[in-house]
Write a new protein. Structure first.
Length: 208
C-alpha cells in the first residue's frame, strides 16, 4: 500500500503548489500583455518607417521630380553636426523621400532625440562630396556628434559602426537605460544593398 501513500502525498503537494503556480503564470501573462500593449504600436511604426527606407534610398517611392516640402521650417526638429567631416544638416520629423531631399529624417516611432531609448536618423549619401551623409564612413569610434534642438545641445560619443542588411531591425533595439542615436544611410552609394550604421551614446546635455 506504499504506492497509495505516495499517491496521496503527490496529490497533496500538487494541491499546495497549483494555486501558487497558477498565480505566477497569470502574473507573467499580465506583465507580458502590458509590455505588448506598450510596445506593439511603436514597434509597428518603427518597422514600417525602417522598411520604407528601401524605397527612399533606391529613389523608388516617388517620382524624381517630387518637390521638397513647402513647410520645411515647421518640420525641422533640430540640426545634426559632425565636425570631423564638416557636416551640418537639418533634422526633419519623418524619413520621407521629400524630407530626405533636403535634410536628415527622424524615423517615426523611434525615441525623441535626447530622450532615453534609441533615436534613429536617416539621410542619403549625396554624390556631391561633403553633402548629407556622404562622408559618414570617415567617422570613428570615440568621435563626437552634436544635435542642437530649440532648447538643448546634445553631445554624443560614437560607440559602434557597422554594415547591416536592410531587414536587420536589431539596430533599432531600444535601451531605456541610455539615450542613443542611430545614424542610417545606404551602402554602397551606388545600387545600395546594405545599410551603413553609426551608433552614439549621449555624453553631455546642455540646456539653451
Amino acid at each position: 500500500m506504499k504506492w497509495l501513500a505516495y499517491l496521496l502525498i503527490a496529490a497533496g503537494l500538487c494541491t499546495m503548489v497549483y494555486p501558487k503556480a497558477k498565480s505566477v503564470y497569470y502574473s507573467y501573462k499580465e506583465t507580458q500583455l502590458l509590455k505588448d500593449w506598450e510596445s506593439s504600436e511603436d514597434d509597428s511604426v518603427i518597422q514600417q518607417s525602417y522598411q520604407q527606407l528601401d524605397d527612399v534610398f533606391l529613389d523608388k517611392s516617388q517620382p524624381k521630380n517630387t518637390p521638397a516640402p513647402k513647410n520645411m521650417k515647421n518640420g525641422i526638429i533640430g540640426k545634426l553636426e559632425i565636425n570631423k567631416i564638416d557636416l551640418t544638416i537639418p533634422i526633419m520629423e519623418g524619413a520621407s523621400q521629400a524630407n530626405l531631399k533636403v535634410a536628415a529624417g527622424h524615423l517615426k516611432g523611434t525615441s525623441p532625440v535626447g530622450e532615453a531609448g534609441n533615436s534613429a536618423i536617416a539621410a542619403h549619401r549625396s554624390y556631391t562630396y561633403g553633402k548629407q551623409f556622404n562622408r559618414l564612413p570617415e567617422v570613428e569610434i570615440g568621435d563626437t556628434i552634436q544635435v542642437v534642438t530649440k532648447d538643448k545641445k546634445l553631445k554624443y560619443r560614437i560607440v559602434d559602426e557597422m554594415i547591416v542588411k536592410p531587414d536587420d531591425l536589431s539596430v533599432l533595439k531600444k535601451d531605456k537605460s541610455k539615450s542613443i542615436i542611430t545614424l542610417i544611410t545606404c551602402h554602397p552609394m551606388k545600387n545600395p544593398t546594405h545599410r551603413y550604421i553609426i551608433k552614439a551614446v549621449l555624453d553631455k546635455e546642455e540646456v539653451l
